[in-house]
Design a protein around this ligand. Sequence first.
Ligand SMILES: [Fe+2]
Ligand SMILES: [Fe+2]
Length: 225
Amino acid sequence: MDERMRQVQQAVEREMVCSAHSMAHVWRVYRLCLQLAAEETKVDVEVLELASLLHDIARVREDTDDTGMTDHAVLGAAMAEPILRDAGYPEATIHHVCSCITTHRLRGDAIPATIEAKLLFDADKVDSLGAVGIARAYMLAAGYGEEMYSDENVADYVARNHVGGTATGRIRVLGEHTPNLEFEIAFKSIPDRLFTRQARAIAIDRLAVMQAYFDRLRAELDGRA
Ligand SMILES: [Fe+2]
Ligand SMILES: [Fe+2]
């Protein structure tokens, strides 16, 4: 990592203070991006590294905005631009990195256009799955005061507490959400929305881990295990 990129990293570190969207998440996504990129040709690795470092820079600001109007992908791109310019990156790099950040979120309708944007999207979604995904879901759940499990019918829940379509909408009252509902509503749809073959394979494997976990949790809560 060169001096310019280290300057970008330090700017990100100043903003990342949430347990589920910490620098640890940023570095997992960074590594996953490079792992996925190894299977692709013609990837601009510098753009990919910068986009993965910066992608959630506005996440804490979205989470702490009570109006619910902040989109961390859009704000993140706006925050990234001056950081990249200060670090001395060329305009073409800045523009490309910002477009990757704008299109990285699952809930949202901006579509990743370049291979770098697709790899960032895929890596970020893969990091919400598997054993890591379970841990992250409960870290977030603790912050929002969620229960451990809900046995509410998923369709009833969506009708009651979800604004917009399941792929692009958002949760109305966060404290009424639970990790298993997030699994049913959002995580299970992830493989169909990924762009690369390798990410899809990892996602399917990680979903099986989550399914086994929530099945076991349900069994323990029901007194069957
Ligand atoms: Fe994000
Ligand atoms: Fe992320």
